[in-house]
Design a protein around this ligand. Structure first.
Ligand code: GDP
Length: 182
């Protein structure tokens, strides 16, 4: 089955987003405490794709060696996944582009892994500010990328962006099916 991986800094709102996408409040547990999602979790959605919940990165208070271990873990995952159609990199819409996120996108690009950006917690900003923050983010991306990745503005607490993300996944699955049958 095709799979889609969700990743981002700890506390970015990944568990909440996964709950929103899957409609199952108990599926991925949310917590205000960073670092709770430690291992990879797979969820089968609609019997036709896997949602892969990767651990959050960028904890402030972990040792260098555990950071290294974590990097290795993530790298292993991305190197082995044949079925991975796209990664979703989650970023908090309130924040300026963070080096760790930009570096991670760079890594995905260099590894030939398609990715999309999911801006989280959009309910925390007014519409005008959302627009400005997204524009600013895109400007930074365009300094290193020729093309912008697909991106989505979401709020798990207000249920914003769910259909857009699921439609994107559905369309990507269809594309692959068509390629296979041709
Ligand atoms: P994770 O560590 O990336 O899995 O993040 P969580 O989903 O556990 O969320 C971290 C914190 O952000 C929690 O306190 C959530 O209630 C809060 N949060 C997550 N998504 C949203 C959102 O869309 N809007 C708001 N206002 N808060 C959110």
């Amino acid at each position: 089955l095709p799979e889609y991986a969700f990743i981002g800094r700890s506390n970015v709102g990944k568990s909440s987003l996964i709950n929103m996408l899957t409609d199952r409040k108990s599926l991925a547990k949310t917590s205000g405490r960073p670092g709770k999602t430690q291992l990879i979790n797979h969820f089968v959605i609609n019997d036709n794709w896997y949602l892969v919940d990767l651990p959050g990165y960028g904890y402030a208070r972990v040792s260098k060696s555990s950071k290294k271990k974590f990097q290795q873990f993530i790298t292993n995952y991305f190197e082995q996944r044949q079925q991975l159609l796209s990664a979703f990199v989650l970023v908090d819409i309130r924040h300026k582009p963070q080096p760790i996120d930009l570096e991670f996108m760079q890594y995905l690009g260099e590894s030939g892994i398609p990715f999309a950006i999911i801006f989280t917690k959009a309910d925390k900003l007014k519409p005008k500010a959302i627009e400005r923050h997204v524009d600013d983010y895109c400007q930074v991306l365009l300094k290193t990328w020729e093309e912008l990745p697909p991106y989505f503005v979401t709020s798990s607490s207000k249920g914003i962006g769910k259909d857009a993300v699921l439609d994107f996944i559905g369309a990507t699955n269809d594309e692959i099916e068509n390629l296979k049958s041709n």
